[in-house]
Ligand binder design. Structure first.
Ligand SMILES: *Cc1c(COP(=O)(O)O)cnc(C)c1O
Length: 521
């Protein structure tokens, strides 16, 4: 067996043809042929190492997991230092607290939203700028890096905040004009910093993501930028540097359960993940490949249930209506990271993966074989929640246990309940711990959360925050309260076409877009 961690790890493209180091994968984001970079082998975490990790703080655990992929190139000490720095910006004492909601049935919630922008995207985007900086150093890249980002609401803000005023970088964010929650939009449009650009697109998230991916893949566009000394990179979960820090919290939740005496080494547990672009849940599957005892990964979708149908039928079909829901960060039809999983279940068949992605682009669907479907059935459980199911689940948990959650986590809870029913029907009901990943602070969606918990409908987000505080006694994050007093800097709107979006990025790369200076008041 290859000794991992002692030599540089390589990454290969899911569509074949390219092999790069971790640092190169991070700088580049996407493979040249449009494929995604995946580790050539999955590094293993041994039982001894797991035991050592129980003694570690969260930043140390994160650095340890990252080190499995990147230590040889970026340096183990460097990784430790930057994880300490990144997670010190979190507002809770433990950056990722594991909350016991119902000890009897083993229901736990892993809160991933205590970072600067109140969503789980901070878990990776507080670390990524450091990973990118060092990756540029070790690969000898001196170009300015332009982080080109499509967002369904939360990645945009987390990328803007993570890269704000980082020397040698610029961030451009495209968000769907009608597709993000009010608080998410405000968070982005009041962004400070001299290297940032935010634009609304007259389309949905899939439109934004498709345009961004096309820009990445365009040789002509990249050559034009290169002449200006600018190079594109990605803060979306298509970038391995974004995915890697997300693997760590699966390990951490497991270790916390051991420390709390709830499980023993080797016991397999389930995770429920509210899913959109399939980045979060894929990180869980990667943790499993690295040796973490995971039984099932439960993939929770909202009304845009392409993934739930895929897990049921083995057909990925995007010929359907797009719905706007109260969990906007999951309003996605084309889940990019599924490509990485397809590559693995196909036996790492790059040709077949490329063909399927071509079918998806051209025929709007592809299917997998029975053999592949069987593998997925063993490892995953897919479900979806309607808006009513979501509200019901949020209400029930608040009513019974006094625990308030956001709308995305509500989707996960509703699917968790379906999973419990499925277990019961199949005579395999047990009370082994199930960890639900909580991806956003409830105060990011105050009106919807207030409505779900109390039936109260308020028109104004800040009034929603106030009422929600009275109801839950949970402290609202200062970063959200402050938005109210900050001027809107970005009002740019572009048409949903590649030409206009590309033109905007070009102007930004040339330094032409100077947003109104932030008020000093
Ligand atoms: C991004 C996001 C998700 C979906 O995560 P993916 O990695 O895209 O599957 C779920 N909930 C919230 C709050 C998010 O911001």
């Amino acid at each position: 067996m290859k000794k991992v961690g002692k030599e540089i790890m390589y990454f290969i493209s899911t569509r074949g043809g390219e092999k790069v180091t971790g640092a190169q994968a991070i700088v580049q984001g996407l493979a040249k042929n449009g494929g995604l970079f995946v580790p050539e082998v999955f590094p293993q975490v041994t039982k001894d190492e797991l035991e050592q990790m129980t003694e570690m703080s969260y930043p140390e655990r994160a650095a340890f997991v990252l080190g499995k992929y990147l230590a040889e190139e970026l340096g183990a000490d460097y990784l430790k230092e930057v994880c300490e720095k990144a997670y010190s910006s979190f507002t809770s004492k433990d950056p990722v607290p594991l909350v016991k909601v119902d000890g009897e049935t083993g229901l736990y919630v892993l809160e991933l939203f205590h970072g600067p922008t109140c969503a789980f995207k901070d878990m990776a985007l507080t670390v990524l700028p450091y990973l990118l900086k060092k990756s540029c150093e070790v690969t000898g890249i001196k170009d300015e890096i332009l982080i080109l980002t499509a967002t369904s609401g939360d990645t945009g803000k987390a990328a803007l905040e993570g890269f704000r005023d980082v020397p040698g970088t610029k961030v451009a964010v495209f968000y769907p004009d009608e597709g993000v929650a009010k608080m998410q939009r405000l968070q982005m449009c009041v962004q400070s910093g001299n290297n940032v650009c935010v634009a609304a697109v007259e389309g949905n998230f899939d439109d934004c993501q498709r345009a961004v991916k096309t820009m990445f893949a365009s040789e002509e566009f990249n050559a034009e930028l290169a002449k200006k000394g600018v190079r594109l990179s990605s803060a979306n979960s298509i970038n391995f540097g974004r995915l890697a820090p997300q693997i760590a919290y699966y390990f951490s939740a497991y270790l916390d359960l051991i420390t709390a005496g709830q499980i023993e080494y080797g016991d397999a547990i389930d995770f429920v993940v509210p899913t959109g672009n399939f980045g979060d849940i894929l990180a869980g599957w990667y943790a499993k490949q690295m040796g973490l005892p995971v039984r099932k990964l439960i993939c929770a979708s909202n009304k845009n249930k392409v993934l739930a149908d895929f897990f049921k039928k083995g057909v990925y079909d995007v010929k359907r209506q797009f719905h706007r829901t109260m969990s906007p960060s999951m309003d996605i039809l084309v889940s990019s990271n599924l490509e990485r999983l397809l590559f693995e279940v196909s036996g790492r068949n790059a040709e077949l993966t490329a063909q399927r992605m071509k079918d998806l682009a051209e025929k709007k669907e592809y299917s997998i074989t029975d053999k592949e479907k069987k593998i997925l059935d063993e490892e995953f459980f897919g479900g979806f929640a309607s808006e009513d199911d979501t509200i019901e689940a949020m209400y029930e948990i608040f009513d019974e246990f006094g625990y308030a959650m956001d709308t995305h986590t509500g989707v996960a809870l509703a699917v968790y309940m379906q999973y419990k029913n499925w277990q019961e029907k199949n005579d395999c009901l047990d009370n082994k711990p199930i960890v639900v990943l909580s991806t956003a602070n409830p105060y990011k969606f105050p009106q919807d959360v207030l409505y779900a918990l109390s039936g109260n409908d308020v028109k104004d987000s800040f009034k929603g925050i106030k009422r929600l505080y009275l109801l839950t006694a949970m402290k609202p994050p200062k970063s959200l309260l402050d938005i109210r007093y900050r001027p809107l800097r970005f009002k740019t709107r572009v048409k949903n076409n590649l030409k206009d979006m590309t033109a905007l990025v070009t102007r930004f790369a040339e330094g032409e877009i100077v947003p109104e200076p932030p008020s000093t008041k």
